[in-house]
Write a protein that binds this ligand. Structure first.
Ligand code: ZN
Length: 177
């Protein structure tokens, strides 16, 4: 590979790859978040959220991708890597990103409530931590957010009937559609 090109075109390209992973999560009934890790212009890790499948609250796309990338690189230091993720990372994942010393984090949809890349807090550039990651947000944001919104809308619809305490009332089913 030649020189790694860090520009909005390659960000867009790699975010599409992360979106592909997020779609796999969606299809598996998982909150649709996907991540890829890029080193020297090459994807070295791809993962999607698998919390339900693995019954593991730490199985976020970013955590799984970081572990894969560490295996590929053969080191826990990912200092020359960029992570692309469809949703702004949570505090756990942002903490792991700081520990692995990722050079750069690129995300799609921001998260003002739980995001740790500047949305609710900024652990990726926390002044007293010994590593700070470069951050780029808002890449293919509409696609990334749309997938999440679809997922939660679909989930709300499918959960409605079960929340009636088993008191099936045909007249009311579909009321909130
Ligand atoms: Zn996370």
């Amino acid at each position: 590979m030649g020189e790694p090109i860090i520009d909005l075109h390659s960000d867009d390209y790699f975010m599409r790859e992360a979106l592909r992973q997020a779609t796999r999560a969606y299809e598996a009934g998982e909150v649709p978040v996907g991540a890829v890790i890029v080193r020297e212009g090459r994807i070295i890790a791809r993962a999607f959220n698998q919390v339900e499948q693995l019954k593991d609250a730490t199985a976020h796309a970013e955590m799984l991708a970081l572990t894969q990338a560490e295996e590929t690189v053969g080191d826990w230091r990912l200092t020359d890597c960029t992570l692309y993720v469809t949703k702004e990372p949570c505090p756990m994942c942002a903490g792991a990103m700081a520990h692995t010393r990722l050079a750069r984090v690129v995300f799609g949809a921001s998260d003002s409530k739980g995001g740790a890349a500047g949305g609710a807090m900024n652990l990726l550039q926390f002044p007293t931590l010994n590593h700070r990651c470069e951050i780029t947000g808002g890449i293919r944001e509409a696609d990334c957010r749309g997938l999440l919104q679809n997922f939660f809308a679909r989930q709300r619809l499918s959960e409605k009937p079960e929340k009636k305490n088993g008191n099936a009332d045909p007249d009311r089913s579909g009321r909130n559609l």
